[in-house]
Unconditional design. Structure first.
Length: 165
């Protein structure tokens, strides 16, 4: 495959899947700016691996795995946990308001512990199997099941509480 074909195939994949991948990144990070950075890094890594991955047909799964693992790596970096500032920045208003239920769901997702959030996003939003989720996160099937159960229970409680408030 020549470079032009490779670039065209990669571009077609990204154009077709960008909104979906952006939502995954946002669900993992809970922040639009971090999600964009995470997605940019993931797409750069995907581009490097594209010839090998494209022949195997696992482009989307590989990209999801990059998103999850890159997010984990970012969270482990000490500079990500510190935000020293003397003056708070002004925040621009969102271009389009989000749907109320989606907003409540994302807020509830962010309230979950990190590992539960990742399991819930991969299992129940992306529809991966227990085995696929375990493989992507590098944990056992049983851990996926327990995090999924606890995460869904916590989400339900948070969303019920939100409706009553």
């Amino acid at each position: 495959m020549n470079r032009d074909e490779r670039d065209a195939q990669f571009t077609d994949f990204v154009v077709g899947r960008l909104p979906h991948l952006r939502r995954i990144a946002y669900a993992l990070t809970g922040d639009r700016h971090h999600a964009e950075d995470l997605l940019q890094t993931a797409l750069a890594k995907l581009y490097v691996a594209w010839p090998r991955i494209h022949h195997e047909g696992g482009e989307e799964a590989y990209c999801r795995q990059i998103l999850v693992r890159t997010n984990i790596d970012d969270l482990r970096r000490s500079w990500r946990r510190e935000w020293p500032t003397e003056v708070l920045p002004e925040h621009a208003a969102d271009a389009a308001p989000s749907i109320e239920e989606r907003s409540a769901l994302f807020d509830a997702l962010q309230a979950l512990p990190e590992q539960q959030r990742k399991v819930v996003v991969l299992r129940h939003w992306l529809g991966l199997s227990v085995r696929e989720t375990a493989s992507e996160l590098g944990i056992s099937d049983g851990t996926v099941k327990s995090h999924s159960s606890r995460g869904l229970s916590a989400l339900e409680a948070l969303l019920v509480q939100e409706r009553h408030d």
